[in-house]
Design a protein around this ligand. Structure first.
Ligand code: AMP
Ligand code: GLY
Length: 418
């Protein structure tokens, strides 16, 4: 089958890599893609946010399946435009993607479906904001209602900072602080049947030891040796299935990837957030462990045939991914610097470790790869356990040279030592 992937980050590179290894995929296209994706897919300079243009491209390419990676096009209705053109699309409708696009909407769905989550207030006025901050006390959790590219959430002990962020948001969700380790659990769903993937953990803070500012994610690993083996079944029953059922009941079924960001608190599992797409960088480690060819699973979800899908098959391997970011990320990143050592990783670390590109582009010479964003690339590695996957990932990271770049050195360290 011919597949078109929309997006151009490391998540889309991971999706394209898995799809390129699927024997059922006869042609792979990506728009807009990046310098790394160009090695496995044909790139098209189409704006991911332009639903009509994406639908036209999919029609021209005779794509059997379109996979929309990032949240912004999903919230903007790009999956609807593709389906309206009669082409199967993996990714929820704009209505269903509000689960990620509006934190207040997500809270409403969770309340209706009795899904466990932190208590919260939706506030629009300074008075409501002050009342909510007082009600919860420190640490304060203040979330912009809308999409904010990973920058909408402030968790702080400083009430002045909490208030300032809340006032800047307009509509804001103020929430109870949830203590405990975080888990990302993805599920593929066709709006009715829910197929959970393997859980992963993401590292959100910029610096080692979970210090520094929040980022889009600096690394991830899977499996989680410390997690309760019943966690996935429990979350399927208490979170994923009720949420999917509630959205179907409302007449806006969610078909695509449902991402539950969870806190494992002393009082049980709580949903921190939902996303309407594969997470980045967790996708890199989850897909590294999936043995079942990916295209058939995504197509079955897009065509409401997931009930007939055989159980997913997983490798025994562990996987670790380490993000290499530009100087000054998550502030305004420095870009345009050459990235060296990519060929050394291919020569010395493949197939156990490989580079997935995020913010990269080819220089005018057609061969030099330049940094072009905050998160530049992620190195993903597999191994018999987390320790080996970690060693392989960092050995490959050490071969990559990018002036001023930064990465965390403690991804999966605690879990590997446990
Ligand atoms: P989100 O964009 O909702 O994933 O939030 C970003 C990060 O903020 C999460 O991964 C958590 O580390 C943190 N966070 C969000 N909500 C809470 C909460 N209620 N309690 C504690 N930390 C939170
Ligand atoms: N890794 C966090 C996210 O994708 O939102």
């Amino acid at each position: 089958m011919k597949v078109l992937v929309i997006g151009g980050g490391a998540r889309e590179h991971a999706l394209c890599r898995s799809l390129s290894l699927d024997p059922d995929v006869t042609a792979l296209h990506c728009a807009p893609g990046n310098a790394g994706i160009a090695e496995v897919a044909q790139l098209h300079p189409v704006d991911a946010m332009d639903g009509a243009a994406v639908a036209r491209l999919a029609t021209e390419l005779e794509a059997r399946l379109v996979v929309v990676g990032p949240e912004a096009p999903l919230v903007a209705g790009v999956a609807d435009a593709v389906r309206d053109a009669g082409i199967a699309c993996f990714g929820p409708s704009a209505e269903a993607a509000r689960l990620e696009g509006s934190k207040a909407f997500a809270k409403d769905v969770m309340a209706a479906a009795s899904v466990p989550t932190g208590r919260s207030y939706v506030c629009t006025t300074p008075e409501e904001i002050d009342k909510a901050l007082d009600a919860f006390g420190a640490p304060f959790v203040v979330k912009d209602d809308g999409l904010a590219a990973g920058k909408g959430v402030v968790v702080t002990d400083d009430i002045a900072a909490a208030r300032e962020h809340a006032l800047a948001c307009g509509r804001v969700v103020i929430e109870e602080f949830l203590d405990g380790p975080e888990v990302s659990l993805f599920a593929v769903t066709d709006g009715r049947t829910v197929l959970p993937l393997r859980p992963a953990q993401d590292f959100k803070r910029a610096l080692d030891g979970d210090e520094g500012p929040n980022t889009g994610g600096m690394g991830a690993y899977s499996p989680l040796p410390w997690a309760d083996p019943k966690l996935v079944d429990e979350v399927l029953e208490t979170v994923l299935q009720p949420t999917v059922d509630e959205l179907r009941r409302r007449g806006t079924p969610f078909a695509g990837l449902l991402y539950a960001g969870l806190a494992i608190t002393g009082r049980g599992v709580r949903v921190i957030e939902f996303n309407a797409r594969f997470g980045d960088p967790e996708t890199q480690v989850v897909l590294a462990r999936l043995r079942t060819p990916l295209a058939g699973v995504l197509l079955a979800a897009a065509e409401e045939r997931l009930a007939d899908q055989p159980s997913l098959v997983w490798r025994d391997d562990a996987a670790v991914t380490v993000v290499v970011a530009s100087h000054n990320y998550p502030g305004t990143p420095r870009t345009g610097d050459p990235i060296e050592g990519l060929a050394d990783v291919v020569a010395q670390d493949a197939p156990h470790a490989y580079v997935l590109h995020a913010g990269t582009r080819l220089a005018d010479d057609g061969s030099t790869v330049l940094s072009a964003g905050g998160r530049v690339l992620s190195v993903t590695a597999t191994g018999k356990d987390l320790g080996q996957a970690r060693e392989r990932a960092y050995a490959a990271v050490d071969r990559i040279r990018l002036d001023g770049s930064q990465h965390r050195t403690d991804i999966a360290r605690e879990a590997a030592e446990a």
